[in-house]
Design a protein around this ligand. Sequence first.
Ligand SMILES: Nc1ncnc2c1ncn2[C@@H]1O[C@H](COP(=O)(O)OP(=O)(O)OP(=O)(O)O)[C@@H](O)[C@H]1O
Length: 255
Amino acid sequence: MTARPVVLEARNMTRRFGGLVAVGDVSFDVYEGEIFGLIGPNGAGKTTLFNLMTGLTPPSSGTLTYRGQTVTGLAPHRVAAAGLSRTFQNIRLFKGLSALENVKIAQHARTQAGLWRGVFGGARAEEAAVERRAWDLLDLVGLGDRAGEDAANFSYGDQRRLEIARALATEPRVLLLDEPAAGMNTSEKGQLTAFIREVRDRFDLTVLLIEHHVPLVMGLCDRVAVLNFGQLIAVGDPATVQRDPKVIEAYLGGE
Ligand SMILES: Nc1ncnc2c1ncn2[C@@H]1O[C@H](COP(=O)(O)OP(=O)(O)OP(=O)(O)O)[C@@H](O)[C@H]1O
């Protein structure tokens, strides 16, 4: 794993909210193609760290570089355009719009740029390509036969799949998933490991995920980082991290 190129370098990332250090001096590397899990007790700073990495929250200090390019300080849409795309703990679909429309909207930023670049293809060709790709993505996440349905009618599991399709629509190189199993039933959770691996392989992605469901993290992730009170207390392969006394203490002491 360590022979692979580093795609993300987090260096001393810190975020304070008043007197609270939500994320304190966090540094780690993520290697190309790995599935990297971020765990920790409630309030440990996981979502804040994702927000710092994707431009939603500016860091108090520290940097994130993606393939050598500093992405901290960029607006969220610029971070996405650089290749980092994410889903949210609280699902952010457009309710009242169909699954297909939800995916098409997510492609919008990319295709506008493409519209100006495309000398030979007109708007109609562009629209057809958007539509085709949206269908492909829905097929991939197993929702191809429900493309016309209102996203509001989907189960949690299906809404999360649709969110992943939307994230993939921006053609990311790195996919950040905030609690992909939240709200899923046991059978949906069971399918999620294979699904995330399939998405990683098919799109040649690096995947970061926050997840509370420990068996899922342990069975899915190549490496795991553990946050506790904003501090990174362990990074390593799942078996080693699970045995780490600091990690055991954080979970037993915190919950
Ligand atoms: N915008 C904010 N303003 C003030 N405090 C915040 C803000 N966002 C997060 N915090 C605080 O920062 C700390 C870390 O929160 P965060 O949501 O990142 O943790 P988490 O590990 O993602 O938690 P959970 O597992 O419960 O989702 C918490 O104490 C939280 O209350």
